[in-house]
Design a protein around this ligand. Structure first.
Ligand SMILES: Nc1ncnc2c1ncn2[C@@H]1O[C@H](COP(=O)(O)OP(=O)(O)OP(=O)(O)O)[C@@H](O)[C@H]1O
Ligand SMILES: [Mg+2]
Length: 220
């Protein structure tokens, strides 16, 4: 389903402070796979996720989704793809601080064709799925780290994406809550959702069917 061939990503490309973060990445992930990405801090995991999620560019190589090169999709096509097919949980959550939980989770729906009544219900369902029913009307800036993390996951799930990219989605959670979240991912994967999880937690990695290790910008 997704295929990267010889992908290189350099931050500040062509400038004196250039940093070569992804080196000759060759990676194929089939539809319906559940893959763990591991590696040391600074290895390039989040960078790889941003490239796969089409939220960051790269200077060389090919990246295609379902056989279509991302480079030929145009800004509009990419925005549509990101909104309808890809669910991303960012490492720093990237929530809107002065919005409530419900408002945050509803954000991706404003860019889709969903009707407003159905929209709200879909968002509420995902919030409940994350165990945050009682927090829905709270401002996210008043939540704990683990609660914010679960809001970010609910928002990533709200458009029922066909693939989910999650950057340490259980990093701020206790082991019981982490297990609950992993069960949600496992259930979605059983129904066919492709899932890529960056993690430092070997228990999480072991639940995935494949593991990719990144070292110094390369897949090893
Ligand atoms: N915007 C940027 N500009 C310059 N360098 C960057 C930028 N973002 C990341 N880097 C560098 O790229 C390398 C890879 O960063 P990345 O965030 O992908 O690591 P990571 O594997 O996700 O680490 P962690 O486990 O700590 O989250 C690091 O050396 C980092 O300093
Ligand atoms: Mg990271």
């Amino acid at each position: 389903m997704i295929e990267l061939t010889g992908v290189n990503k350099t931050y500040n490309y062509g400038k004196p402070n250039a940093f070569h973060a992804l080196k000759d990445i060759n990676l194929k992930i089939e539809s319906g796979e559940m893959v763990a990405v591991t590696g040391r801090s600074g290895a390039g995991k989040s960078t790889l996720m941003h490239v796969i999620g089409c939220i960051d560019s790269f200077e060389s190589g090919e990246y295609s989704i379902a056989g279509k090169p991302v480079s030929g999709m145009g800004e509009k096509g990419l925005a549509k793809l990101r909104n309808e097919r890809i669910g991303i949980v960012m490492q720093d959550f990237a929530l809107i601080d002065h919005y409530t939980v419900l408002e945050n989770v509803m954000v991706p729906l404003y860019f889709s064709d969903c009707r407003s009544g159905a929209m709200k219900q879909t968002a509420i369902d995902k919030i409940e799925m994350m165990g945050l029913k009682d927090q829905a009307k709270k401002n996210v800036k008043n939540l704990s780290g683990g609660q914010k993390q679960r809001v970010a996951i609910a928002r990533a799930l709200v458009n029922e994406p066909s693939f989910i990219l999650a950057d340490e989605p259980t990093g701020a959670l206790d082991s019981k809550t982490a297990d609950d979240i992993m069960n949600v991912f496992l259930e979605l994967n059983k129904k066919g959702t492709t899932i890529i999880i960056i993690t430092h937690d070997m228990r999480v990695a072991d639940l995935c069917s494949r593991r990719i290790v990144i070292e110094d910008g390369r897949i090893v």
